[in-house]
Ligand binder design. Structure first.
Ligand code: PMP
Length: 428
């Protein structure tokens, strides 16, 4: 374990060495002590009681094997240190074009309408709902855990007529259930979460694109925890809108949400009677910044450094290839479970075909203190393993094997931490 942590220690040393350089800032220049308030403004004595923080930031090094964020690839972190460009400068617009193109590959679509929403997965989620849903529209939300629950809440805030369908935690929706629901309600939008990270399930999308075309429904899918880790074919499967996350299988920092709309979804947006109730996430306006409609208009200042990072993230996807990435994630999922089963641990998700390979959920056995095991992993190995969330709180552990972290040595360290944690509780 200590050899695995060595690169992290090296990073910490580099930070210490750089500290004197980083601290320089503007200190070389001291202006003459003259400054002025506006005429009628009273100059008070400066309150220094909150004058903080001080010194160069220090961050402990951790291996993040929970449901996210995962550790970012060093090449991606390095890209964030490059000099800023203006958000409308041609070299930056070229980077945005590269992002759109890389997303076409990652989503497997030929659609013009791909971009990074400036914000985390939630921003992508809100962009999808706010743009696809008009007040009064019927939205069927597949609630298999907290992400479906949030989409239902969000849809109501945008005045949708929400039909929530539920499965018990650890299960997915069958094609038959979805078919019946679609035929009965003929909703404007069907939402499903491909990788439900609160329960560790993988929702199949097979056949749903065709069904949605029959019922005049747009198919909206959350791929925050699954994009790059499991197969997805946006065009072939007839998906209409997808949002995702940067900090999971794409190995980036949080702050950009990969986003896709089909021609059908764009048509719906163009035919809206009223503009989306959000200015920040209006895809007509954001699309106009990304060149979707032939020109470039300022909408907001893109998070320039985060987009550099995501440019590198998508270059890494293109270089490795999606099939190799999917295979790597699958292989390591099996490596994890071979080890966990060897310790007598059991998956929370009963059916093999429902199990998500990127976020693995493990039943906490009777009499085991799940939190103590999580704490020991952090204290002894600088390793993050998570507990449950929402419907699974206190019942499971969650182990993410995503992106840059999807490597045999990391899985082996997780297994060591489980072994050690169980032994300390005399359960192994
Ligand atoms: N959907 C899923 C499936 C997720 O796992 C997450 C984050 N854990 C989100 C949406 C929300 O993403 P973010 O935290 O980046 O806003």
């Amino acid at each position: 374990a200590s050899s695995l942590l060595r690169p992290l220690a090296t990073m910490r040393n580099a930070q210490k060495l750089l500290a004197p350089v980083l601290e320089l800032g503007c200190r070389g220049y001291v202006a003459p002590a003259r400054w002025a308030a506006r005429a009628a403004e009273e100059v008070a004595t400066l309150d220094n009681s909150h004058r903080a923080p001080a010194g160069v930031i220090e961050v402990p090094s951790r291996l993040l094997m929970g449901p996210g964020p995962a550790n970012a690839h060093p090449r991606i972190l390095a890209a964030q240190t490059l000099p800023l460009l203006g958000h409308m400068h041609p070299p930056f617009l070229k980077i945005m074009d590269e992002l759109s193109e890389g997303l076409r590959y990652t989503f497997q679509t030929k659609s013009k309408y791909t971009l990074m929403v400036s914000g985390t997965g939630h921003a992508g989620m809100e962009a999808a709902i706010a743009n696809l849903v008009e007040p009064g529209d019927k939205v069927v939300v597949g609630n298999a855990g907290i992400w479906g629950e949030r989409v239902a809440i969000l849809s109501r805030r945008y005045q949708a007529d929400v039909v929530e369908i539920k499965v018990p935690a650890g299960q997915t929706f069958s094609y038959e259930t979805l078919k019946q629901t679609l035929l009965e309600h003929k909703p404007a939008v069907l939402f499903l979460c491909q990788g439900e990270s609160s329960t560790g399930t993988h929702q199949s999308l097979a056949g749903l694109g065709d069904l949605c075309r029959q019922t005049g429904t747009l198919l909206l899918v959350d791929t925050v925890c699954s994009l790059g880790g499991v197969p997805l074919f946006a065009d072939k499967w007839g998906v209409d809108c997808i949002y995702s996350g940067s900090q999971k299988c794409l190995s980036g920092p949080p702050g950009a949400s990969p986003f896709f709309m089909s021609e059908r979804a764009m048509e719906k947006l163009q035919l809206r009677k009223t503009p989306p109730a959000t200015y920040n996430l209006d895809m007509n306006l954001i699309g106009d910044y990304w060149g979707w409609f032939g020109k470039r208009s300022y909408h907001h200042t893109a998070p320039v450094s985060t987009f550099y990072a995501m440019r590198e993230a998508l270059a890494l996807v293109a270089e490795e290839g999606l099939e190799a990435m999917w295979a790597r994630h699958q292989e390591l999922h099996h490596r994890l479970w071979d080890g966990l089963r060897g310790m007598g641990l059991k998956p929370f998700v009963e059916k093999d075909e429902d199990r998500l390979i990127t976020v693995n959920t493990i039943k906490v056995p009777e009499g085991v203190d799940w939190a103590a095991l999580v704490k020991n992993a952090m204290d002894t190995y600088s390793l993050e393993i998570a507990g449950g969330l929402g419907p699974t709180a206190g019942k499971i552990w969650r182990v993410g094997i995503m992106g840059f972290n999807a490597k045999p040595q990391n899985v082996d360290l997780v297994l060591d931490a489980f072994k050690d944690g169980l032994k300390r509780q005399r359960k192994l």
